[in-house]
Design a protein around this ligand. Sequence first.
Ligand code: FES
Length: 273
Amino acid sequence: MTASTRLAPGGEAELLDLGGLRRHLPVSLERLYENLLDWQRLPHVHAGDVQAVRCRSWGAWGWQADIADRHGRWALVALELDRGRRRWSARWRSGPRAGWRMDGEAEPAPAGAPGLTVTVRCLLPSRSGRGADRIGRVWAAWLTGFSALDEAMMVDRQRQLDRRIDRARDAERHLDLGPVADLRLPCTVTLAGREFVVARVADALCAFPARCPHQLGPLQAGALADGQVVCPWHGDRFDVATGENLSGRPCVLSHLPEVRVDADGRVRVSATH
Ligand code: FES
C-alpha cells in the first residue's frame, strides 16, 4: 500500500487517489471473476461488514445492489467487470461513502507461475482529502482482511473442483463407523470418493454432503439446527433428511447416503449413487 493524496490521473481530477494495494492470489482468473460477480456471498462470508444486500440487477457485466453495512446504513454500489482488460471497478453511488471508487486489475503471474497479481486502488472525492493518509491506511487494513476471506473461499472452491476431477473411482461405498454409543456426532466421513457429514436429527441418524451443491461451499462448517443446515457461503438452507433446498434455489442435496444401526449396534453408511 502506497497511500498518497495526489489527484487521480486520467481526467478524474475530482478524485483523490489513496494508492494501490497489490497482492498475489493463488487462484485463476475464472475463480476471481466468479468471486467478483458473487454479490450473494457478501452478508454471509463478510457478515462482519455487510448486514444485508438487495440486488437490483446482475449479469456477466457485474451487478448493482443496495448494501447495508454493519451499522445498517444503506448504499447503492455498482460493480462493473471488464474481462477484456482484466479490470473491474466498484462505485458507491449513495450512502456514507457516496463517490468512492475501487478499481482493480489482475495480471497473470510471471513465467507460467500459478495465480494472479491483483492491484486494487481506492479513489475518493477530493473534498474528503483531509486525513487521506490515515483513511488510506484504514482502507488498506480493511481490504487486506476482506480479501483474505475471499481468497480462502476461492482457494477452497478450486480445491474442491480439483478433488472432484481426481476422485478415485474404486472408492469405498460402504463404511462401518463402529458402535453407535461410541460415535461422536456430527462427524465427517469419506464415502464413494465424496465427503459426507453424519449427524443426528431428532432421534434418527442421517448423512448429507459436506459440500454445498451450489458452489461447493463448506456445509460441514454450516450451522446445523432443527434438521436444517445453512451454507456459510450464500446462506442456502437445506433439509438434511430429504435434501430439499428450503431457500428456493434449484440445487438440492442429492444421493443422500443410507445410514442404519444394525442389530449388532454398529452404525453403517452406504452410498446410494
Ligand atoms: S455455496 Fe452457495 S449456498 Fe452453498
